[in-house]
Design a protein around this ligand. Structure first.
Ligand SMILES: [Zn+2]
Ligand SMILES: [Zn+2]
Length: 366
């Protein structure tokens, strides 16, 4: 079968022919429906090396940690699952026997230091391929919902859901406010998840008008860019500030904006990977405000997110690509010219109107 394999640091992945995997005990073989191309894949092959990456992420393996598909075969001992049924794949893989894993928090596994991978497409073979094997525990049912558009929910959606869920203490009361900074794929989902899970007024901001228009259609109150932006946000909240700020960019500038607008006892969640740093001080931060990060989400939360999606509460913006064009999708991700999430669709035809434009020849070294 064809697969997109990451073979060496600072080197673009390659489209290769590999053996179709065979499901082991307790696993299924999934026929891949959709496989999201994620910015963290680009970080893996373009930015990381043996000095800065966690050792669990070292190549070589098939990429793809945002995967959906249909059961094709079941391995020994697997019962109660039907061929053709659609599932999402929870990507994180912990040790399976610590307290964190018992809670479905494989992302926070106590034994990560002794693990050889962080998950499928993250040290283990992922789903940027025609087929992949998945332990049954990691399958989250999709029912009749569209599995291709669901692919980005596995990471982008789960990350937004987890961040919102952890901020519910700030948001679960009347008159509360949220701010979403950055309205790419994760930001668009954050706006919708906030709308579904809370009664908060959701403010949102982005440099791109296209992105703010989409978010406005999804219920966000758009805050224009500009030097007095923080003052305008504070004014909009009656001077109190924002109860929960979600920074999907994570630059020094956006974290500064978050700190300038957060309310007393508010929460700032830095989700974006821009690597910005900030100063924190008792007198420069509102009393009891929290500043935190977030990493993906739990297996149980992916089931909850799937329920929202199956209820029709989430629109996911995707651009489908054939598996043969996966490297073009990554090239567009690198240049920031991707609209919505690129989802690789290994089986079936992609209508020309939907397909992402082919990129130029892609050199192998980054
Ligand atoms: Zn990702
Ligand atoms: Zn564990």
């Amino acid at each position: 079968m064809k697969a997109v394999r990451f073979d060496a640091w600072k080197t673009r992945p390659a489209l290769v022919d590999v053996e179709r995997p065979v499901p082991g005990p307790g696993e299924v073989l999934l026929k891949v429906a959709g496989s999201g191309a994620c910015h963290s894949d680009v970080a893996l092959y373009a930015i990381f090396d043996q000095d800065i990456a966690m050792p669990q992420l070292r190549p070589s393996y098939i990429l793809g940690h945002e995967v959906t598909g249909w059961i094709e075969e079941t391995g020994p001992g697997v019962t109660g699952l039907e061929k053709g049924a659609a599932y999402m794949v929870y990507a994180a893989r912990g040790c399976g026997h610590c307290a964190a894993c018992a809670r479905g928090e494989d992302t926070l596994c106590d034994n990560v230091a002794t693990m050889t991978s962080l998950g499928s497409g993250l040290g283990l073979d992922g789903g940027m391929a025609e087929y992949m094997t998945v332990p049954v525990r990691n399958l989250v049912p999709l029912g009749d919902a569209d599995p291709i558009a669901a692919a980005p929910l596995v990471d982008a959606g789960l990350t937004a859901y987890h961040a919102v869920k952890l901020a519910l203490p700030q948001l679960s009361a009347g008159g509360r406010t949220a701010l979403v900074i950055g309205l790419g794929g994760v930001g668009q989902l954050a706006v919708q998840i906030l709308g579904s899970m809370t009664a908060a007024t959701v403010y949102a901001t982005d440099l791109k008008e296209e992105a703010t228009a989409l978010a406005a259609g999804r219920g966000a109150v758009i805050v224009e860019q500009g030097e007095d932006q923080a003052a305008r946000i504070r004014e909009a909240t009656g001077g109190r500030g924002v109860d929960a700020v979600f920074d999907l960019v994570g630059s020094a500038e956006t974290i500064a904006l978050a700190q300038a607008v957060v309310a007393v006892r508010g929460r700032i969640t830095v989700v974006g990977l821009a690597g910005g740093r900030t100063d924190w001080g008792f007198y420069t931060t509102p009393f009891e405000a929290e500043l935190t990060g977030t990493y993906m989400g739990t297996l149980e939360e992916l089931h909850e997110l799937a329920a929202l999606y199956r209820d029709g509460r989430l629109e996911v913006d995707v651009t489908p690509y054939a598996l043969d064009d996966a490297l073009d999708a990554y090239a567009r991700l690198e240049t920031g010219t991707m609209l919505g999430r690129a989802v690789i669709v290994p089986h079936g035809e992609i209508a020309p109107a939907d397909a992402g434009a082919a990129a130029e020849e892609v050199p192998a070294t980054v």
